[in-house]
Design a protein around this ligand. Structure first.
Ligand code: GLP
Length: 249
């Protein structure tokens, strides 16, 4: 896992946006896996500011509440309406219909038909969840319906104006996420420091779903100083970045 430590949340956004922009500029018809949440807002703000050309980009969102379009609205507000996205190439997990399980399988087929995800953008939950894969999610899971923990519903309550947060969600599985050719996780703030340390340096365990990124050959984690505070090897990660050879940049 590559760990990049930057001073503040704003710098997390610009460092992540740089990686995404380079991919999109260098690959005609890039496929991006996108995420929602406070951590990715600065990333999208940078992409909008840079006027990145989205006309050929295909996107697949990571997760959504069952019976809701909340993350759909988030994406419109923070990214899609500000860039030249081709809506025919924008995909969200299914959240309605009599055969939701079948629709989840179709979502997986759609990802494969698009050629697979080139880069999956991710945040991390305070409990170490990835997407909405809560602790004890199978590390081989695919897109499916999940039940949120009380803690996650509490953490996400603000997005529902303080009201009820849906209990059920549809999320890409951890197996789905690991299939992406590159994973890019962003986190900032002291509230994420424990989860970040457990993801990067803790044992691989379904109790910390994000620790599954230890299995990925190309996972990059960008964190600010506050979120990096509990990493035992943080000085080493800084040294690696300082001495990164030109060809690896
Ligand atoms: C939600 C999302 C995750 C996100 C996490 C962190 O639960 N489903 O994909 O990574 O929250 O969100 P935030 O960035 O707002 O802390």
């Amino acid at each position: 896992m590559e760990v990049i430590i930057v001073p503040a949340a704003q710098d997390v956004g610009s460092a992540a946006a740089r990686i995404i922009s380079r991919l999109v500029a260098g690959k005609h018809g890039a496929v991006l896996g996108l995420a929602t949440g406070a951590s990715v807002k600065p990333v999208y703000a940078e992409l909008v500011r840079a006027k990145l050309d989205f006309s050929r980009v295909t996107t697949f969102n990571l997760d959504e509440y069952v019976g809701s379009a909340s993350f759909h609205e988030f994406m419109e507000e923070h990214l899609l309406k500000h860039v030249n996205a081709d809506r025919a190439r924008v995909h969200f997990p299914p959240t309605e219909g009599a055969d939701l399980a079948g629709a989840c399988e179709q979502f997986e087929r759609d990802i494969r038909a698009a050629g697979g995800i080139d880069l999956q953008l991710l945040g991390i939950g305070r409990d170490g969840h990835l997407g909405f894969n809560e602790p004890t999610s199978s590390l081989a899971s695919r897109t499916r319906i999940k039940t949120l923990t009380g803690a996650t519903r509490e953490a996400n309550r603000a997005a529902f104006g303080g009201g009820e947060v849906p209990l059920h969600v549809v999320t890409m599985g951890i197996g789905t996420i690991l299939d992406a050719r590159q994973c890019l996780l962003v986190a900032d703030g002291a509230a994420k420091a424990d989860a970040v340390a457990r993801m990067v340096e803790g044992p691989l365990t379904a109790m910390v779903p994000a620790s599954a990124l230890q299995l990925h050959p190309r996972a990059t984690v960008i964190v600010d100083e506050l979120a990096a505070a509990k990493l035992a090897l943080r000085d080493y990660y800084r040294e690696v970045q300082r001495n990164k050879p030109e060809w690896q940049r």
